[in-house]
Design a protein around this ligand. Structure first.
Ligand SMILES: Nc1ncnc2c1ncn2[C@@H]1O[C@H](COP(=O)(O)OP(=O)(O)OP(=O)(O)O)[C@@H](O)[C@H]1O
Length: 346
C-alpha cells in the first residue's frame, strides 16, 4: 500500500466583502492510500470542496502541505496529472452533442486515443445511450458521463466531489456500483459526500471533517467499532422493575417509553439472566451498533453525546502523524464543537 494523497495542516481563509475573514480550513489533514475507496464526509460548508479545490490548484491555500503520488500539490500536479481523474466542479456538457461525441472531443483535447471512448462508455454503463443527445440524459446519466470523461485517461486516482448529489435512489445505486467496479479494477477513489449511508455502503475508509478540521479518520469498521458503547435495547414487561433489577446488578440503564437501553454491557447474557432469575422474561435484547450517521452526529456535536466526554476518549499522544506505515489510522481529532480529543480504542 502506498500513499496516494497526503494533506497536512491545510489552512484556507476566505476574505468576505462583508463579515471579514472566514476560516474554511483550519489545519486539515487527510491520508489516502492506494486501493482505498475513501469517503470524505462532512456537513454542508465544512470544507470538503475547498480541500479538493486546493489540492487541484483551483484555489490557493494559505498554508499546509499536500502531495499527490508523492509530488507536491498543486505545484507539481502536472507531473502526475495523467494518473488523476477529478470531478470537483460539475462539468457542463453541450446538450446538443451526444454522449459519444462529447467523449470523443474530450479524448482528442486530452491527447487520449479515441478508442478509449467505447471502453469508458461501457465502464459507466452508458454504451446503449451513447448516441443520444446529452440534453435527454437524466442527472444520473450526466454524472456518469462526467465520470466517463474523468476515466478517459485511465487514472489510478479518481476524485469525485458529491457524485450522488441530486440523484434519485436508482441513480445513487448506479453510482455506487460504478465506484465499486472502479475500485475492483484497482482505481483509488476519493469521494466526498454528506450522505452518510452511502459512504458507509461504498467506502472502506473515511475521513470526517467538521468546521475545517478532521474529526476522525480510519477504516470504516474501526471507526464504527471505536464508537461502540456496548449499548443494548431491552424489551420486557414491567420496565420499571426491570430497570431496578438491572441497576442493582451494576448496569447503567436508560429508560424509554417502551424499552430500556442498557449501556456499557460487557456480557449481554447477564441482562437476560438477571431478569430471568426474577421471573421477568425478556422479549428482545438487541445490540445498538453504531452506524456512520451516529458517529457523525456525535463528532459534529449534534448527537446525543458530545465527543470527547465519553470514556472512550483519552488525551491524545499525538495528532495522527506518528503512526507506522501501514497501520490503520485511529487517531481522532475532535472538532470545534467538542471539548477535547483522544484516540478511538482498538
Ligand atoms: N469562494 C468563497 N468565498 C467565500 N467563502 C467561501 C468560498 N468558497 C467556500 N467558502 C466558504 O467556506 C466554507 C467551506 O465551504 P466548502 O464549499 O468547502 O464546504 P463543503 O463541505 O464542500 O460544503 P457542501 O457540502 O455544502 O458542498 C463555507 O463556509 C463556504 O461558505
Amino acid at each position: 500500500m502506498s500513499t496516494v494523497i497526503e494533506i497536512s495542516g491545510l489552512r484556507k481563509t476566505f476574505r468576505r466583502l462583508r463579515g471579514g475573514a472566514h476560516v474554511a480550513l483550519d489545519g486539515f489533514d487527510l491520508l489516502v492510500e492506494s486501493g482505498q475507496i475513501h469517503g470524505f464526509l462532512g456537513p454542508n460548508g465544512s470544507g470538503k470542496t475547498t480541500t479538493l479545490r486546493a489540492l487541484l490548484g483551483l484555489v490557493r491555500a494559505d498554508s499546509g502541505r499536500m502531495t499527490v503520488f508523492g509530488e507536491p500539490a498543486p505545484e507539481r500536479l502536472p507531473q502526475v496529472a495523467g494518473r488523476v481523474g477529478a470531478i470537483v466542479e460539475s462539468p457542463q456538457f453541450f446538450g446538443n452533442f451526444t454522449g459519444r461525441r462529447t467523449l470523443r472531443l474530450l479524448a482528442v483535447a486530452g491527447g487520449v486515443p479515441t478508442s478509449r471512448v467505447d471502453a469508458v462508455l461501457e465502464q459507466v454503463g452508458l454504451a446503449d445511450r451513447a448516441d443520444e443527445r446529452v440534453r435527454s440524459y437524466s442527472l444520473g446519466m450526466k454524472q456518469r458521463l462526467a465520470v466517463a470523461s474523468a476515466l478517459l485517461k485511465e487514472p489510478e486516482l479518481l476524485i469525485l466531489d458529491e457524485p450522488a448529489n441530486g440523484l434519485d435512489p436508482a441513480g445513487i445505486r448506479e453510482m455506487r456500483d460504478l465506484m465499486r467496479d472502479l475500485a475492483a479494477a484497482g482505481v483509488t477513489v476519493l469521494v466526498s459526500s454528506h450522505i452518510l449511508a452511502e459512504i458507509q455502503l461504498i467506502c472502506d475508509h473515511v475521513t470526517i471533517i467538521s468546521r475545517g478540521r478532521r474529526v476522525v479518520a480510519g477504516r470504516v469498521d474501526e471507526v464504527l467499532a471505536g464508537f461502540d458503547h456496548g449499548e443494548y435495547r431491552v424489551r420486557v414487561a414491567e420496565l420499571d422493575r426491570a430497570a431496578e433489577l438491572l441497576g442493582a446488578a451494576g448496569l447503567t440503564v436508560v429508560g424509554h417509553p417502551d424499552h430500556l437501553v442498557v449501556q456499557q454491557v460487557a456480557d449481554p447474557t447477564a441482562i437476560a439472566r438477571t431478569l430471568g432469575e426474577q421471573g421477568l422474561w425478556v422479549r428482545e435484547v438487541t445490540p445498538l451498533t453504531p452506524d456512520l450517521e451516529s458517529v457523525f452526529l456525535e463528532l459534529t456535536g449534534t448527537g446525543h453525546r458530545s465527543a470527547g466526554t465519553g470514556p472512550e476518549h483519552t488525551a491524545p499522544p499525538d495528532r495522527g502523524t506518528g503512526r507506522d506505515a501501514g497501520e490503520p489510522e485511529r487517531v481522532i481529532e475532535l472538532g470545534p464543537t467538542a471539548t477535547g480529543s483522544g484516540e478511538v480504542p482498538a
